[in-house]
Design a protein around this ligand. Structure first.
Ligand code: SF4
Ligand code: SF4
Length: 349
């Protein structure tokens, strides 16, 4: 295992971290398959990862990650709290709510987390999160009080990550990226604003979608060049822990066309990098719809179809009537977005 520094926090973290979604039990709306190990088995898997050099463990409140927080707490006591770094998160943007959730997390874990993230900050809820008395202010107060050590923002949006990078209250940013959905991390790598912030990467396997077309070694090796501190891999079995943690993977180079060509062996992928440079005056999030199309063909058909049916008909009608087509003007991939929306709409009928 190699280790990297976590921005300016002074922490040293393992290059690969343990994402706890797969060890949860419960019925929560998370995307990846989870393995539901019972408590003793879950603790054994967490301990196995620790012995392979993993010192970073990421979880979330029960509404989001079931009983993962509790299982992680039992492991923390067993391994010795001082040997690991725990990050936790909650999707609450109001300061009072966040204050309460951190206390609840500490009770569930049996120890205070080191880093606490405002989870799923997006373009709609970011103003509340960053506002006076918002969730970020609450985390700062908890940090000053010595209850948590570092504050964090977790987001799948580049614009939010950039706002967090410019905000001195934020210590650590968690965002997503993999060899297919590389747009956010490529932008972060080019932007000096992010230097000095701790950066945690998730969705390296694209919620499991890329496993099959690619080996774990390729998916991990293919992202190592990015300036993150720790890449989280969801782990729910001993075998998954071995695959993610046992080797010091060498960096590998995959061009975007290498990736799409590999995927094209089983379906015709939409070549969207999820860079989020496309803007729509109607506020439609094109990158999410294009992602669902790819995820549909990569084995998440039920989940993707459910999400797409929420608004694809409305987006299709709007795109059909749209004369401005602003989204296409800023797409580096030169994607013909309205035609792709029609393709996706027809797929859902
Ligand atoms: S074609 Fe028009 S309505 Fe459709 S996503 Fe692009 S800008 Fe928005
Ligand atoms: S459609 Fe184009 S601009 Fe929009 S996220 Fe995809 S690659 Fe980026």
């Amino acid at each position: 295992m190699r280790y990297r520094t976590l921005g300016n926090t002074g922490l040293t973290v393992s290059e690969i971290g343990f994402g706890t979604i797969p060890i949860l039990s419960g019925n929560v709306p998370v995307l990846p398959d989870y393995c539901s190990p019972a408590l003793p088995e879950a603790v054994d898997i967490l301990m196995h990862a620790y012995r392979l050099g993993c010192n970073f463990y990421d979880t979330a409140i029960p509404e989001e990650y079931g009983d993962a927080e509790y299982k992680l707490g039992v492991f923390a006591e067993k391994v010795g709290r001082e040997h690991i770094i725990i990050s936790d998160k909650a999707r609450f943007m109001d300061g009072n709510d966040m204050f309460r959730e951190v206390q609840r997390s500490a009770e569930n874990l049996g120890t205070a987390p080191d880093i606490y993230f405002v989870h799923q900050v997006d373009e709609k809820n970011q103003d509340e999160t960053f506002s006076r008395y918002g969730a970020l202010d609450a985390l700062c107060d908890l940090k000053k009080a010595g209850i948590i050590r570092y504050t964090g923002i977790a987001t799948h949006y580049y614009s939010v990550a950039e706002r967090a990078a410019a905000d001195s209250r934020v210590d650590v940013i968690q965002t997503s990226g993999n060899i297919m959905e590389r747009g956010i991390m490529d932008r972060i790598a080019e932007n000096d604003l992010f230097r000095g912030k701790g950066l945690i990467l998730n969705k390296v396997y694209a919620a499991g979608c890329l496993i099959g077309a690619f080996q774990p070694s390729e998916l991990i090796g293919g992202v190592l060049h990015w300036p993150f501190s720790c890449a989280l891999i969801g782990i729910g079995t001993m075998e998954q822990a071995d695959a993610a943690l046992k080797s010091d993977y060498a960096p590998q180079h995959f061009s975007f066309s290498d990736v799409t060509e590999r995927l094209a062996e089983s379906f015709a992928p939409i070549a969207c990098t999820r860079c989020q440079r496309c803007t729509c005056p109607q506020g439609y999030e094109v990158h999410i719809l294009l992602r669902q199309y790819n995820y549909y063909h990569l084995g998440k058909s039920y989940w993707a179809m459910k999400k797409l049916r929420m608004n694809i008909a409305e987006v299709y009608e709007s795109c059909r009537r749209c004369t401005d087509r602003r989204c296409m003007k800023t797409c580096p991939q030169k994607l013909r977005i309205p035609e792709l929306i029609e393709l996706i709409y027809n797929m859902t009928r």
